[in-house]
Design a protein around this ligand. Structure first.
Ligand SMILES: [Zn+2]
Length: 260
């Protein structure tokens, strides 16, 4: 097995058109280094926990059954990304600031995790240690799959409005973190950067372009620098893509397709 590893960074509530609007220079830099698209699709409803369940289980919310921010066990259980990878001996790690994401994988599927409450600590104070820990864990333990969740833009979107100056500052801060992680990343890691959903006014959750359109970057490994991703990619395609990068076929029942 070659030493191919995957880092997935997800920025909660990051609309595609916020990337250029936030003015962070690393956006263009990453675009030059990646296969990317501003037109990837979320799932209906475009709400954080349903979206993450869909990302990790490669099916729409109607199939996994989580349609609100409250987790419910699946009626016809599908294997999640970390559960599947762990079964094949791949080591997974999660760094996150919203506790509901704990339910994305079953016990014994993670080799490392850190949760620090963005709600309690404030996102800035929580995010720094999360980012630092993700960097240190990749340097020391080199998990095969690392998930880093940056939650603040969604929180600020709800408080101040999507595309407001405060929201764009928060997206810009997220890109500071992205740049910090990628500049210290061991070369064995292929990188995916995406969002779970967008937003409009001070909310999200309906099938409109502002809520449904998300960016996706794929850097390293088989992905050609500066190329456009194929059309019609969605959150469902991420788990099969991560599995393929780690040398595995999609798990049984997954509906997305690998972008490798
Ligand atoms: Zn939200």
């Amino acid at each position: 097995m070659e030493e191919n590893k995957v880092l997935l960074i997800l920025v909660d509530g990051m609309r595609s058109d916020s990337l250029d609007a936030c003015g962070h220079p690393y956006v263009a830099a990453l675009r030059r280094e990646s296969v990317s698209t501003p037109l990837a699709r979320s799932v209906v409803p475009p709400v954080t926990l349903p979206c993450h369940m869909s990302l990790f289980h490669s099916v729409p919310p109607a199939r996994h059954g989580v349609t609100t921010y409250v987790y419910v066990p699946q009626v016809r259980p599908l294997e999640g990304l970390c559960d599947y990878l762990a079964r094949f001996g791949r080591r997974c790690a999660m760094f996150y600031s919203w506790e509901q994401l704990r339910d994305l994988s079953r016990p014994a599927s993670l080799s490392a995790s850190l949760f620090l409450s963005g709600k309690d600590l404030g996102y800035g104070p929580a995010t720094g240690p999360l980012v630092k820990s993700a960097i240190e864990t990749m340097a020391r333990l080199a998990p095969d799959f690392v998930f880093l969740y940056l939650g603040e833009p969604d929180e600020v979107g709800h408080n101040e409005g999507w595309m407001s100056p405060a929201y764009l500052r928060s997206v810009r801060n997220a890109w500071d973190s992205i740049q910090q992680v990628l500049e210290q990343l061991p070369p064995s890691y292929t990188v995916l950067v995406t969002a779970d959903h967008g937003g409009h006014e001070r909310t999200h959750g309906v099938d409109c372009p502002e809520d449904m359109t998300i960016p996706l970057f794929l850097r390293g490994g088989p992905f050609a620098p500066g190329a456009a991703a194929e059309e019609g990619v969605s959150l469902l395609d991420i788990a099969p893509t991560v599995a393929a990068l780690l040398g595995l076929p999609p798990a049984k029942g997954w509906e997305g397709r690998s972008l490798v």
